[in-house]
Write a protein that binds this ligand. Sequence first.
Ligand code: TEU
Length: 544
Amino acid sequence: MSAPWWHRAAIYQVYPRSFRDSNADGTGDLRGVIDELDYVRDLHVDAIWLSPFYPSPQRDSGYDVADPRGVDPLYGSIDDARELFDRAHEHGLRVIVDVVPNHSSSDREWFQQALHSAPGSMERARYHFLDGRGAHGELPPTNWVSWFGGGAWTRVTEADGSPGQWYLHQFDASQPDLNWANPEVVADGLETLRFWLDLGADGFRVDVALGLAKDMTYPDIDDPEALISAMRMDLDDGSVEAMIRRRRVANSAVLDRDEVQDIYRGWRRVMDSYDRDVMAVAEAWVPPERAARYVAPDTLHQIFNFDFMAVPWDAHRIHAVIERTMAELAVVNAPPTWALSNHDTPRVPTRLGGEAEGLRRARAMALVAQCLPGSVYVYQGEELGLPDADLPDEARQDPVWFRTAGAQKGRDGARVPLPWRGDEPPYGFGDSSRTWLPQPLGWQSMTVAAEEADPMSTLHQYRDMLRLRHELTDLASGSLMTTVRDGDVLVIQRGEHFACVVNMGEVPAVAPISGAILVASDAGVTVEGDRIALPPSTGAWIRC
Ligand code: TEU
């Protein structure tokens, strides 16, 4: 029996708001995705992951879900979703959808019912409602803080107008946490999985997969800010302090609790009851020794590898993360995952230094991510080498920006609508010049059309790599050996006849590998006899 598709897939993340706008309202939609399925297929990916398109007040760009089993009219209809699944399948693409189980929108009917019901009612028991501390309940029930800044509790006004109980929200106040110790919530979650699978989805990306279970004694925690900042990639400098901070996450009061796996065991039974290969990937940045729990044979299938996503441009550090990832998942025989960015992170060229140098590094780094065993995720626009957009503050929409009063800019810079063609905004994104986030001037050389016309473009490099992932048997099943040469040259060997070599140093390097270049990140990479010459911040795949 061959391995299921997700063991070795390239999965393209579509962020529907910013992919393609078919109805000129300035926001992308499902019809826009359907219209561009040829583009996705021609990238040679195996599947798409769709970020949320459910009914939502869009306070967190749809990660605030008012109805987990519907489609927001902003994005289309249930019929569009069904058509998208069907048409994607015709294109040879699987589709996984995002589920957001940790919280709902405060607009969800359940939460509105809770607000209008009494303390202690079954309506309130679907969330975490608690009395406050202090003589008059004026203090929050615990010292927990929101990932988006500020406290994690908001006080409500009771039906009689008096100040009332508090509810928990690990994110924005418009995203109340659901109570997964309540069987009704568990049953509703299973119904959501079945709903999308019955409509044709092939799996799920599980939002905040580490957060669903809480310590129901609601204890205060030591240094709540440190716990939350363990989840901030920009603060992970690889230092001992950062590692100690990460360890706090393990089985803590609100994150990565052992009980969360009981929920996923129930999900796994539902997924296994379908007669096709259904999968789920956990969004959970946990300390390495905890990762295997999420991908055991009776829990989920994959876990995102945030250590790899956060790793700086440093051959030794990258080498170490690859080795650790392989070791930690070997325990449960789960395939690893690799991603360089998503809708929550800075775009790769920006994270790796910005400007032309950042792009050179990003292209070389892509060679690394794409040649490793397991599955690789590509966030829309990464294949174009897009940087973060500089946005005027008045255009920002991320709740992180508002909740930190501007101290953190938030994630909008990585979420700007894609440039498809043309010389100026909206660059073929749609027919409205008023896109939900403004696109910058100067992206005309990074549109899909411009990069299609340029054989040296990032788009062509991605297409070549993703095609070769299918064609080369060494990439499919060859053994893995990673080494660092001369301080800065990362060499990844797969099987007998494949090597990826990247010069992460600041001076030209020569690698003693003899062979032919399959794909290079830069035209300056050349074969010189039985050696490969690599300018700084470049790399290549070699058939040896
Ligand atoms: O993200 C959870 C998460 O890891 C991020 O909030 C992260 O802490 C933040 O981006 C700072 O790096 C998921 C979704 O991916 C994100 O878009 C949502 O805002 C969040 O959950 C709430 O649903």
